[in-house]
Ligand binder design. Structure first.
Ligand code: UDP
Length: 290
């Protein structure tokens, strides 16, 4: 069984002798794909035995069977494992991150769909009412030609209380998601949003854009907030920073949501069912003909 992730390596299927099922696992939001590009990809997609998409609403009009598996996180990875207060402090001190005021954090690739400018604007509005520090941690995907320009342009937004960092450090991601008073993921388009899952797992309330996979993780007003504008984001930041009890309550429910729905055991079961289905088909086709 071969599983190919995302569009970049999709054509590999044309260059290998196929000895078993090939599955395409697409992680991106396909609700409104660029038509020309999608039509170009379809003949290759249809060479696969199955396609796995993250949400039902990403389904396409193709011949290949489509399955829908929401992603999940590994709670034992460095990014998600338990951390002591000392370990968290050590990571934040290492990068000189101030913890004297509540931290508002967004962690995401430098990509305009993650709306980094919008988060900074929201923070500036929120700061008129509550004292806090904003930290944006991001990276540039090697296959994204626009990422480094966006990063450069964001650097001009830096101020004493607006920190913009780019470090490849999973323990730092973990420490920030734990120490943050509020995590924001103000995406305007999002396939699923693992950063939301990761922060929720740490019992931190998340304010997420009301789009794509974020909507399947956050129940507005219950285990976090869903937002659609800069003003709404600012309002939710202020509300959460002012209300420690609300933060704790939402954080507790957020962690419970991830425990029930977004840990690897559920994902593994879905994959095992799929492998099992193919095993039956391939065993039957491999039977000698009498
Ligand atoms: N991430 C990271 N460092 C960064 C930014 C992101 O390690 O500076 C990780 C983040 O923790 C998450 C993944 O990259 O595991 C991003 O996944 P997500 O589904 O949120 O967004 P994508 O980048 O796939 O659109």
């Amino acid at each position: 069984m071969v599983i190919i992730h995302d569009p970049q390596p999709l054509p590999m299927i044309k260059h290998y002798k196929k000895n078993g099922p090939w599955i395409w696992r697409c992680h991106i939001d396909l609700t409104n794909p660029n038509k020309e590009l999608w039509n170009y990809l379809v003949p290759t997609v249809e060479k696969y035995d199955a396609v796995i998409l993250s949400l039902k609403e990403y389904a396409q009009n193709i011949k290949t069977p489509q399955l829908f598996f929401m992603p999940a996180i590994d709670p034992f990875k460095i990014k998600n494992r338990e951390m002591s207060e000392e370990e968290i402090k050590e990571r934040l001190d290492h990068y000189g991150i101030p913890t004297d005021l509540p931290l508002v954090v967004q962690i995401s690739r430098f990509d305009r769909w993650k709306d980094p400018q919008g988060v900074i604007e929201a923070f500036k509005l929120a700061r008129k009412e509550v004292d806090c520090t904003f930290l944006l941690l991001g990276n540039v995907a090697t296959d994204d030609p626009e990422g480094s320009d966006l990063f450069e342009s964001l650097l001009d937004c830096r101020e004493e209380r607006i920190i913009i960092l780019s470090h490849q450090d999973s323990a730092l991601v973990n420490a920030l998601q734990r120490r943050a008073a509020v995590v924001v993921q103000k995406s305007i388009r999002e396939g699923f949003g693992l950063t939301v899952t990761e922060a929720m797992w740490k019992g931190t309330p998340v304010i997420g854009g009301n789009v794509g996979g974020i909507r399947y993780q956050i129940e507005d007003g219950v285990n976090g907030f869903l937002v659609s504008s800069v003003e709404e984001t600012a309002g939710r930041i202020v509300r959460l920073i002012k209300d420690q009890k609300l933060r704790e309550e939402m954080g507790r429910r957020a962690k419970e949501t991830v425990r029930k729905k977004f840990l690897l055991n559920r994902y593994l079961e879905e994959y095992l069912d799929l492998f099992g289905a193919f095993e039956t088909i391939y065993r039957l086709t491999a039977l000698p003909k009498f």
